[in-house]
Design a protein around this ligand. Structure first.
Ligand SMILES: CC(C)(COP(=O)(O)OP(=O)(O)OC[C@H]1O[C@@H](n2cnc3c(N)ncnc32)[C@H](O)[C@@H]1OP(=O)(O)O)[C@@H](O)C(=O)NCCC(=O)NCCS
Length: 163
């Protein structure tokens, strides 16, 4: 597994992976209506702004197939997204993407990082040193709301990841 910066050529594959990840891995924590409202906004053009303005990484395998995506917004000191393909979940891809985003954050002098975690990913972030702050809502562009958990991590005393 390797990690590289995403490009415009990845948009269709990113969109497919993102939708699959939500449909399969978030299914136990959100209603069918919420999943449908959430995935309906994830067309390939939905990534244009993030590709231009954020740190946008993809993990990929030896066949060049995408395994996961990770997005960091340095300006708002926020991990905007980590989504892993369902077939690749639980194999360390999410941890590697998160480590890489945190490393970039530190280099960019971001030492307190926030994530709006899905309900299902809370345990993943807690195991990686994030603390729960409050239950809140993510507003989708189509007006739907998704419950999520604001979490944060102080990066300042954290060792650089080793891998
Ligand atoms: C949550 C997610 C990003 C984790 O990525 P992953 O590649 O499956 O996780 P990893 O294999 O790196 O797991 C690392 C560790 O976290 C644990 N873990 C993974 N997902 C977990 C979860 N949902 N709850 C609790 N622990 C979890 C693993 O058991 C593993 O533990 P270990 O290091 O002690 O062995 C991934 O499951 C996913 O894409 N979920 C759906 C999308 C989503 O909700 N993303 C978060 C948006 S904020």
């Amino acid at each position: 597994m390797k990690i590289r910066k995403a490009s415009n050529a990845d948009k269709d594959n990113i969109s497919r992976l993102h939708v699959e990840s939500i449909r399969k891995l978030c299914v136990n924590h959100y209603s069918r209506e919420q999943l449908s409202a959430w995935t309906s906004v994830l067309t390939s053009s939905a990534y244009d702004q993030a590709l231009k303005e954020k740190v946008f990484l993809v993990a990929y395998d030896s066949q060049q197939d995408l395994l996961g995506i990770g997005i960091l917004d340095v300006g708002s000191a926020e991990v905007s997204a980590i989504y892993i393909h369902p077939d690749a979940a639980g194999k360390g891809v999410g941890s590697k993407l998160l480590n890489e985003l945190e490393k970039i954050a530190r280099r960019s002098k971001v030492f307190k990082i926030t994530v709006y975690s899905t309900l299902n990913a809370k345990g993943f972030y807690m195991a990686r040193g994030y603390l729960e702050q409050e239950l809140t809502f993510h507003n989708l562009s189509n007006g739907s709301k998704l419950e999520c958990i604001r979490m944060f991590k102080n990066l300042v005393n954290d060792a650089e990841p080793r891998y």
